[in-house]
Design a protein around this ligand. Structure first.
Ligand code: FAD
Length: 423
C-alpha cells in the first residue's frame, strides 16, 4: 500500500474507518457529494459480515413504512429519525439496482438480492465506490484518531499516519468478531471524549436454568406465544416460532425477546403458551373432552394431540405426573395444572449466549453525544459515527442493515459537506 507516501503532503476530505455496510455506504455518499474519500479496512476484503447476513442471502432491508420500522427498534429509535427518513429502504434498493444488484421482497417485507447472494451486495457497493473514485485500502488497521489543529491524524498499524478534514468511524460492534468488528471504534470514541454505554449481545439465544429444555434440543415449536414480564410490566408478548437448544432456547421469538431483556434478568418471568388460540376455559373444556374419550388410555396418548410427541413425556413430568398415568386416575386439580402449564410454561432465564454469537451489539457510542441530523460528534467537530458502533440496534428483518445504510449515508453526506466547507 502506498497510502502513506501518497497522502503525506495533502489531506483527504473524508477518511472512513471500516468497510462494512455503514462504512461503504458512507464512503460512496461522500464521494457522490464531491469529496475526496479514502476508506481503510483492516480485513483482506470488504464486508466480511455482509457475507454471513441472512444465512448468506443478505436480508438487505425491509419495506416496512417508517413508523413500523421504528417499532422494530427497541431503543433510541428517535435518534434515527433524520437518518432513516433521508435514506430509506427505497433509496437502498434503488442504489443496489443502479449498481447492478436488483432486489426482491419476501415474507414480512424482507428484501433480498434477486441473486440470493450476499456477496453481490458487497460487490455492488465496492464497484460503486471504485466508479465514484473512493480509494479503498485493505489490510489497513487503524489504531488511533486524534485531532491536530484543524485536521485529523489517523494512525494505522503499518506505521503510517493519514490526515483528513473529517473522519467517519464505521467499525461495527463486537458481535461475530471474526468478521472484524472487535470494538475498536469504542476506543476511538473514548479517545475523542465520548461515553460508551455498556455493550452486550442482542438478537441471541437465552440460557435457561431448568434442565428440561436441553432434553428437547433441536425441537422447534410453531404458533406459540412467548411472554416476558418484569414485575407487572409486560416487556415482550409475541406469537411465532421458537427452538429448544443444548443451552436453552433460541429461534425467532427468543432472539427477538433477547433485545428486550433488561440488564438484571432475575426479576423477569418468561412463559411459553403452547395454545395461544385457546383461552384457559377452552383448554380445560378440551382436556375434559379428551380425557372422557380416552379414559382408559395413558396421559401420553392425549398429550400427542396437544404437542409434538417428543415433548409429551417431558411436559408430563413438569406437571408432576408420569406419562404412563392412566387418564381415569388424573384428578381435577391435576387436569387444571396441565391446562395451566399448557398456557404458561415457565422458563427461568439464566442469561444470554456470549456476545460473540449475537447477531447485533446492544450499547455503544452514546447517541446523545451525536448530532442526529448529521451523525457528527458533539464532542469533536469533524468526527462522525455510523452503523453498529452507535448505541442503536433493531429486531431481525433487514432493519439493522437499513440502520447501517441510513446512518452511513447521512454521515457520508455530512462529512463531505463539513470537509468541503473547510477548503
Ligand atoms: C450472523 C449475522 C446475520 C445477520 N443478518 C442480518 C440480516 O440479514 N439483515 C440485517 O439487517 N442485519 C443482519 N445482521 C446485522 C448486520 O450485519 C449488522 O448490523 C451490520 O452489518 C453492521 O454494519 P456496520 O458497517 O456498522 O459494521 P460491520 O459490518 O461490523 O463493519 C465494520 C467494519 O469495520 C472494520 N474495522 C473494525 N475495526 C477497524 C479498524 N481498527 N481499522 C480498520 N477497519 C476496522 C471491520 O473489519 C468491519 O469490516 C446480521 C449479523 C450477523 C452477525
Amino acid at each position: 500500500m502506498n497510502t502513506g507516501s501518497m497522502l503525506a503532503k495533502s489531506a483527504c476530505d473524508v477518511l472512513v474507518i471500516g468497510g462494512g455496510a455503514a462504512g461503504m455506504m458512507a464512503a460512496l455518499q461522500a464521494a457522490y457529494a464531491g469529496a475526496s474519500v479514502i476508506l481503510l479496512e483492516k480485513n483482506e476484503k470488504l464486508g466480511k459480515k455482509i457475507y454471513i447476513t441472512g444465512k448468506g442471502r443478505c436480508n438487505v432491508t425491509n419495506v416496512a413504512d417508517i413508523d413500523d420500522f421504528f417499532g422494530q427498534v427497541p431503543r433510541n429509535a428517535k435518534f434515527l429519525n433524520a437518518a432513516c427518513r433521508q435514506f430509506t429502504h427505497e433509496d437502498v434498493t434503488a442504489l443496489l439496482e443502479m449498481l447492478g444488484t436488483p432486489t426482491k421482497v419476501e415474507r414480512g417485507g424482507r428484501v433480498f438480492p434477486q441473486s440470493e447472494k450476499a456477496s453481490d451486495v458487497t460487490k455492488a457497493l465496492h464497484h460503486g465506490m471504485k466508479d465514484a473514485g473512493v480509494q479503498v485500502e485493505l489490510n489497513c488497521e487503524v489504531s488511533h484518531i486524534r485531532k491536530e489543529d484543524k485536521l485529523f491524524a489517523v494512525d494505522f498499524t503499518r506505521g503510517g499516519t493519514l490526515r483528513a478534514r473529517s473522519v467517519i468511524v464505521a467499525t461495527g460492534g463486537v458481535s461475530y468478531p471474526s468478521t472484524g468488528s472487535t470494538g475498536d471504534g469504542y476506543r476511538f470514541a473514548r479517545e475523542n471524549g465520548h461515553t460508551i454505554t455498556p455493550v452486550k449481545g442482542s438478537l441471541v439465544g437465552l440460557t435457561i436454568e431448568e434442565k428440561w429444555p436441553k432434553l428437547l434440543q433441536g425441537l422447534s415449536l410453531k404458533n406459540v406465544r412467548v411472554q416476558a414480564k418484569a414485575g407487572k410490566k409486560t416487556i415482550y408478548d409475541e406469537l411465532g416460532e421458537m427452538l429448544f437448544t443444548h443451552f436453552g432456547v433460541s429461534g425467532p421469538l427468543i432472539i427477538e425477546l433477547s433485545s428486550h431483556m433488561p440488564d438484571d434478568f432475575s426479576g423477569v418471568n418468561v412463559t411459553l403458551d403452547m395454545k395461544p388460540a385457546l383461552t384457559d376455559e377452552q383448554i380445560d373444556l378440551r382436556l375434559q373432552r379428551e380425557f372422557a374419550e380416552n379414559a382408559r388410555k395413558q396421559l401420553s396418548s392425549v398429550l400427542v394431540s396437544l404437542m409434538p410427541a417428543r415433548m409429551g413425556p417431558v411436559f408430563a413430568e413438569l406437571c408432576g405426573l408420569s406419562p404412563e398415568t392412566a387418564i381415569n386416575q388424573i384428578t381435577r386439580e391435576q387436569r387444571l395444572t396441565i391446562g395451566r402449564m399448557l398456557k404458561a410454561l415457565p422458563l427461568r432465564v439464566g442469561g444470554t449466549r456470549p456476545i460473540e454469537e449475537a447477531i447485533v451489539t446492544r450499547g455503544g457510542v452514546e447517541v446523545r453525544e451525536i448530532l442526529p441530523g448529521t451523525m457528527m460528534s458533539r464532542k469533536q467537530e469533524g468526527l462522525f459515527f455510523a452503523g453498529e458502533v452507535l448505541d442503536v440496534d433493531a429486531h431481525t428483518g433487514g432493519f439493522n442493515l437499513q440502520i447501517a445504510f441510513s446512518t452511513g449515508a447521512l454521515a457520508g453526506k455530512s462529512a463531505a459537506a463539513y470537509a468541503m466547507d473547510m477548503e
